[in-house]
Design a protein around this ligand. Structure first.
Ligand code: SF4
Length: 333
């Protein structure tokens, strides 16, 4: 499909630990279309962050991508040299993290860090000290515009601040504007709002929506929070224990969830409009991924478990246009 920007096909990423092989991502497939926000949701440890790190090429020892394809603009990223991947990572695919301090340099002002990226990506100048003064001034003006784009309060003043002088929400804005300096086609946002309070969280989500709508950037949004998914995503993939169990348009997923795990997740959200006797929860706990359950990995926790569920892993099948489910209840054999 021509509107697909990135396609992940049957990705397996394992970690080789002393305790055994952790099958963190075990046969994940999905695609991200141009100009959409695709959400990946699931509990901690389900493999969503490992999927993101696999896409951007930041899986370190003892981890390894064992098999699969990550096709970006028609090229399988896993077949490129480290040098070619680094170019794509710096320029076309960017990532923002939960804790912006990991990406910001504490000894440089926000302005210097954005100007440095603009000089590198627009002029090919790697060292800010080597750039002519006028060029630096020009890039600084541009950096202020970029801070305005991410709704940074008082950007003319903030540009000369050091990261530690800013609040968590302002640091997150600074990191997003740095990412924008490289004009990425795809932004991966891993729990970008988890560490922020609710008001700031809403502001950062609005910035992500702006980036999609005004700049046409595709976004892969990783979160454990279904309310974040409902707020901004166009489509969503639900992950459980290293597998994708359901993919649908966000509206369809909330309106008509089909996989028993998705149903359980949605029932566990407190409602302000309905009075519930008791909040529902999914019984049992997330499995150990060194020794994952056979067949469907959700079977020990599923109320609909059938004999086949223990034996065969269900395939992701399209049950309605654009709505995919991996469950034997829907013929996923
Ligand atoms: Fe439940 Fe079986 Fe469906 Fe897994 S495949 S979610 S165990 S019904």
């Amino acid at each position: 499909m021509s509107d697909v920007l990135l396609k992940v096909e049957d990705l397996h990423t394992y970690f080789y630990t002393y305790e055994g092989v952790v099958k963190a991502v075990d046969g994940v497939s999905f695609d991200i279309r141009k100009g959409e926000i695709f959400g990946l949701v699931g509990e901690t440890g389900c493999g969503k962050s490992v999927t993101a790190l696999s896409i951007i090429g930041l899986i370190d020892e003892p981890g390894r991508i064992v098999s699969g394809k990550i096709i970006y603009k028609g090229k399988n990223l896993l077949e490129l040299s480290e040098e070619e991947r680094r170019k794509i990572r710096g320029k076309e695919i960017s990532m923002i993290f939960q804790e912006p301090m990991t990406a910001l340099n504490p000894v440089y002002t926000i302005g210097d860090q954005i100007v440095e990226l603009l000089l590198l990506h627009e002029e090919g100048i790697a060292n800010i000290k080597r750039a002519p003064k006028e060029l630096k001034e020009e890039k600084k003006k541009k950096a202020i515009e970029m801070l305005k784009l991410v709704r940074m309060p008082d950007p003319e003043r903030t540009i000369d601040s050091y990261p530690h002088e800013l609040s968590g929400g302002m640091r997150q804005r600074a990191m997003i504007s740095m990412m924008l300096a490289t004009k990425p086609s795809l932004l991966i946002a891993d729990e970008p709002t988890t560490a922020l309070d609710v008001t700031v969280q809403a502001q950062i989500l609005n910035i992500l929506l702006d980036m999609k709508e005004k700049l046409g950037i595709s976004i892969l949004l990783i979160t454990h929070d279904l309310s974040v998914i409902a707020e901004v995503t166009d489509r969503v993939g639900v992950m459980y224990a290293g597998n994708i169990v359901e993919i649908a348009d966000t509206y369809a997923l909330f309106d008509n969830p089909r996989h028993p795990y998705t149903v359980g997740l949605l029932q566990a959200i407190p409602s302000v409009t309905e009075k519930k006797e008791e909040l529902k929860y999914i019984r049992g706990s997330v499995p150990n991924l060194i020794y994952p359950p056979s067949g469907c990995r959700f079977h020990p926790r599923c109320d609909y478990m059938m004999p086949i569920c223990k034996k065969e892993k269900p395939k992701l099948v399209e049950i309605e246009p654009g709505h995919y489910v991996a469950c034997h209840l829907f013929g996923g054999e």
